[in-house]
Structure formats: C-alpha cells, structure tokens
Design a binder for this molecule. Structure first.
Ligand SMILES: NC(=O)c1ccc[n+]([C@@H]2O[C@H](COP(=O)([O-])OP(=O)(O)OC[C@H]3O[C@@H](n4cnc5c(N)ncnc54)[C@H](OP(=O)(O)O)[C@@H]3O)[C@@H](O)[C@H]2O)c1
Length: 267
C-alpha cells in the first residue's frame, strides 16, 4: 500500500510534454506524488510509468480537455476536495500566430478557455483547498510577453498578462493563510508549443532560446527563494524590483476625487 508522501501531491496540467513534463520530473524528485493532466492518454501513461520507476512516487493520470467545461469542473472539484494535494501547477497552454483581426474566432476562444478560464477555475479550487489546510502552493505559467506588449500574438499576450495579474493578486489574498502563489514568466523555451502553433524555433536567435529543463530548474529555485514572480532569464533581479517600486509609487494617485489637471476642461 502506498503511504501518502509528506510533501503532498502535485497536480500538473499540461504534463504530457514540454515544461509540464519537466515540472513532473522535478516535483517527483522532490518527493511529491503526482496527478498528471493532459489530453494524450498514451503519453501520460508512458510519463507516469517512467516517473514511478525513477522516483518511486505515486503517479495518477487524468485525461482531460481543459477547454471542456464539464471536464474542467470535474477536475476542479477533485482538486477542491482532495486534501493530499498541496501543489497546483497551472501549466497547460497554447499559443497562436498572426493578428487578432485575422484569427479564427473558434481557435481564439479555445485559447482563452485554456490559457485563462481553466487556470482561473483551478486556482479557485486550489485556493479553497489550500486555505482550509493552511498550506500549499499555486504555480502559474505566464510568459515574458506580458511585459512586452506588441511583440507577439495579441490574445496570447493578453492571456499571459491575465496570469501575471491573477498571480500577484492571489498571492496578496492567500499569503495570510500560509499559501504561496508564484507566476513563472519564461522567455522563449524549446518545447512543442512552437510547432503546435505553426511557428518554428529555428529562425529565432539561439541565444534567446532556453531549454525547458533549465527554465523549470530556475523557476523552482525562484520558488524556493520565495519569489511571487520569477523571470528565469533576467540577469539582475533589481530590474524587476525597480519596476515594482515604480508601480507602487503610482499607488497614492490612482484614485482621487478630481481628474488630473491635464484632463480638466478650461473654465
Ligand atoms: N515554450 C515557450 O516558449 C513558452 C514561453 C512562455 C510561456 N510558456 C507557457 O508554458 C506553458 C507550457 O507550454 P509548453 O511550452 O511546455 O508547451 P507544450 O509542450 O505544447 O505543452 C502544452 C501542454 O498542454 C497540454 N494541453 C494542450 N491543450 C490542452 C487542453 N485543451 N487540455 C488539456 N491539456 C492541454 C498538452 O498536452 P496534450 O496535447 O496531451 O493535451 C501539453 O502537455 C504554457 O502555458 C505556455 O503558454 C511557454
């Protein structure tokens, strides 16, 4: 009989490939049992077998299309009620190429469902579970495009901006309950997401492309250091801290009874 690990179980979405598969490996190495979620049963089964053999942890798989409302609800309900779960990695995501005007509306809404709706619903369930337990962590995969509007597909950029905002606001809400939230903002990372969205990595400068293993290892170090937002390739953390300080300085003036002088109509 398997005895539940003291580390708790990590539920990882999009664990069949890329960044999610590396998180599965690294969290198993840290002693977490796993629940691996994705659509491809064959890949999930192979991944589960490999992780069980190499790390001797319990690995369950959950085949689910997270753009399907019923499947998402069922997973969220499980996440809400299973008190062995201590980590949620909201990782499943897709990207798109091209302009917003030229995009296929169905594909656009599918991306929003996966990149925005699903992590929000799962974060809600995890927040309820972990708050009651007084422990736990929610790791959300954003992207550096959230900090660089205009460089990449509009809706993908906006979906990752949402993840950054969700994570920072949720960290503020859950910190008093002893629950951690981290947004991970990778740059270009070598995974299938590029081919899947119809783009290639080959034409991109090699010095801008990180391997998924290096990205996840850095993100976990950032997590261990207590970061709410982790930018794996940013050399100087003070650059981010300066941005936070500049944003905080806006605070006292963000809501006042009068419009700023430049917006007042002349008498
Ligand atoms: N790679 C990069 O350059 C990069 C940069 C910044 C941020 N990110 C973010 O990192 C995260 C992971 O992406 P990745 O690069 O590792 O891409 P990936 O290799 O394509 O992995 C995406 C994962 O999501 C799963 N998935 C896709 N659609 C799904 C659906 N409808 N329901 C459930 N699972 C679904 C896929 O599995 P199935 O096909 O089996 O369902 C796969 O396991 C994403 O949120 C992405 O936006 C990536």
């Amino acid at each position: 009989m398997h005895v539940a690990t003291p580390e708790g179980t990590a539920l990882i979405t999009g664990a069949s490939s890329g960044i999610g598969a590396v998180y599965a490996d690294r969290l198993a190495a840290r002693g977490h049992d796993l629940i691996l979620v994705a659509r491809d049963r064959t890949r999930l089964e192979a991944q589960a077998q490999r992780l069980q053999d190499s790390h001797h942890v319990k690995v369950q798989i959950q085949v689910a299309d997270l753009t399907n409302g019923q499947a998402l609800d069922a997973l969220a309900e499980h996440l809400r009620g299973d008190t062995t779960i201590s980590v949620l990695v909201n990782n499943a995501g897709v990207a798109m190429q091209g302009s917003l005007a030229g995009s296929d509306p169905a594909a656009l809404l599918q991306m929003v469902a996966l990149n925005v709706t699903a992590p929000t619903r799962l974060a809600q369930a995890a927040a309820a579970n972990f708050t009651a337990a007084g422990r736990g962590a929610i790791i959300n995969l954003g992207s550096v495009v959230a900090l660089a509007p205009g460089l990449f597909n509009v809706a993908y950029t906006a979906s990752k901006g949402y993840i950054l905002s969700l994570s920072e606001a949720l960290q503020a809400e859950l910190a008093p309950a002893g629950v951690r939230v981290q947004a991970v903002l990778p740059g270009i990372t070598r995974t299938e997401i590029w081919e899947r969205s119809g783009a290639g990595l080959d034409q991109l400068p090699a010095h801008m492309v990180m391997e998924a293993e290096a990205m996840v290892d850095a993100a976990l170090r950032g997590f261990d250091q207590g970061e709410t937002v982790t930018l794996p390739s940013l050399p100087d953390a003070e650059d981010w801290n300066r941005l936070l300080a500049a944003r905080a300085a806006l605070g006292p003036n963000l809501s006042l009874s009068q419009p700023a002088p430049r917006y007042r109509t002349e008498a």
